[in-house]
Design a protein around this ligand. Structure first.
Ligand code: KE4
Length: 433
């Protein structure tokens, strides 16, 4: 096989794939230059088709918590695939996976597997509407729950990065049922609930906003959402596609001690395979077909190869809870190191971190809301991104994405990252003051 380099592949890709990528977040549109085509990845590193090595802080946008090509995950995939890649009939591994997830997450009583985080979130709001018989949902500006129509209203992630948080193609009929509040602002939620008394089926929230950088919940915010949902008889949905099994074994539910009615999952639970899930209270989940009337389906939902991969990873996390402590140490080393460098080279920057997901904002002051996020200097981020890439560090190609640390990012790799950052920031400081 003739291996073309990234430029040749990108040229060919743009001829047959929109924008040359299968997901806009991978394009370098916001940061300039062309995306690198990856040939393989191992542990904390990715290698492109031109033989360049990178320390990877994308981690496939979250799944690679144990690093790329984890031996247990790879073995599970190989063994499962040898028995056919799909049955279209129930299998034992689906039961084992559902039991494993329910054992790890407090309040996860029943769970349905799907094929992406988008599917998980769109199914969860349909279920909430079916259960409550109400039609409106509340989401938060800058939060991203996948590309289903109901969510592409002031959405984060690639929609925010590319400047189209409200996508063409979403009908006004759909948009009118999605209300948007401000993250970390309970008053904005209460006002919407008062204005739409008796009409709100659910509030869906990223318990840690990871699609406008990384913005943790302020003290009392999640608890406040719980109370408002109880008061207004709406369901609380934690979109844990990014935080699930990432910021704690039991995700945000465990870390913050607030119990939603429904949770959605993806990323880590699939170990890099196309997997999502939604679940929660038994009383609500039993409304899902064929047990209940709320229809939801998928040809490859619970796919045995994907389930085997996810199960291998979740079992490893469950049996080695010290992994989260190790992630805390390495992620804190990265955060502290960056803070020192920003100070040393007089770089206006703010950092947020929750466990092994973190966000860097090139602006002054704390970043606690979407309004704060918008203060970030995206052109400085783009320059920083490009220079770090030259130094062999692959950051997410957007100022509005979280960075992810894996258990393979050991202290030497973190130090190499900090050395690269120092070289870049020193150069900026010497040349631009
Ligand atoms: P997917 O449909 O992309 O599997 O999941 C959608 C989704 C839902 N909820 C949250 C909190 C998410 O972060 C995501 C997807 N995240 C983005 C990156 N921030 C996916 C990257 C991409 O779109 O390529």
């Amino acid at each position: 096989m003739i291996i073309s380099n990234s430029k040749q592949l990108f040229e060919r890709a743009r001829n047959v794939i929109p924008g040359g990528v299968n997901s806009p977040a991978r394009a370098f549109k916001a940061v300039g230059g062309d995306p690198h085509f990856i040939s393989h990845a191992l542990g904390a590193h990715m290698y492109d088709v031109d033989g360049n090595a990178f320390i990877d802080y994308i981690g496939s946008w979250g799944p690679m918590i144990l690093g790329h090509a984890d031996p247990s995950v790879t073995k599970a995939i190989k063994e499962a695939a040898a028995h056919s890649s799909s049955f279209g009939a129930p299998s034992e591994v689906e039961v084992l996976m559902a039991e494993q997830m329910c054992a790890m997450v407090p309040g996860l009583e029943k769970v349905r597997m799907v094929n992406s985080g988008t599917e998980a979130c769109m199914s969860a709001i349909r279920l909430a509407r079916g259960f409550t018989k109400k039609e409106k949902i509340i989401k938060f500006e800058g939060c991203y729950h996948g590309h289903a129509d109901s969510f592409l209203i002031k959405a984060g992630s690639g929609a925010l990065t590319l400047g189209n948080p409200d996508s063409p193609g979403v009908t006004s009929g759909t948009a009118q049922d999605t209300l948007t509040a401000s993250f970390n602002d309970l008053e904005s939620v209460s006002e919407l609930l008062q204005e739409n008394k008796g009409k709100v089926a659910a509030i869906i929230v990223e318990p840690v906003a990871g699609n406008m950088g990384c913005v943790p919940p302020k003290e009392g915010f999640l608890e406040g959402l719980r109370s408002l949902c109880d008061e207004h008889r709406a369901l609380l949905i934690f979109d844990e596609v990014m935080t699930g099994f990432r910021i704690a074994k039991g995700g945000a539910v465990e870390r913050f001690g607030v119990r939603p009615d429904l949770m959605t999952y993806g990323k880590v639970m699939g170990a890099g395979m196309p997997v999502g899930a939604f679940g929660g209270r038994r009383e609500v989940m039993q409304m899902v077909a064929p047990e209940g009337p709320v229809y939801q389906a998928g040809t490859l939902s619970g796919n045995p190869v994907a389930m085997s991969a996810g199960l291998a990873l979740l079992r490893k996390l469950d049996q080695n809870p010290a992994t989260y402590d190790e992630l805390e140490v390495s992620s804190a080393m990265l955060e502290d190191g960056l803070r020192k460098l920003f100070k040393k080279y007089h770089t206006e920057a703010s950092l947020n971190r929750v466990g092994s997901m973190l966000g860097v904002f090139f602006c002054t002051g704390s970043v606690e809301t979407y309004t704060d996020v918008k203060k970030t200097d995206t052109s400085f981020f783009s320059a920083f991104f490009r220079e770090m890439l030259k130094e062999g560090v692959y950051l997410p190609p957007s100022a509005y994405e979280a960075w992810f640390v894996s258990s393979c990012h050991n202290s030497e790799i973190i130090q190499n990252t900090l050395d690269a950052a120092e070289k870049v920031l020193k150069h900026f400081h010497e040349n631009h003051g």
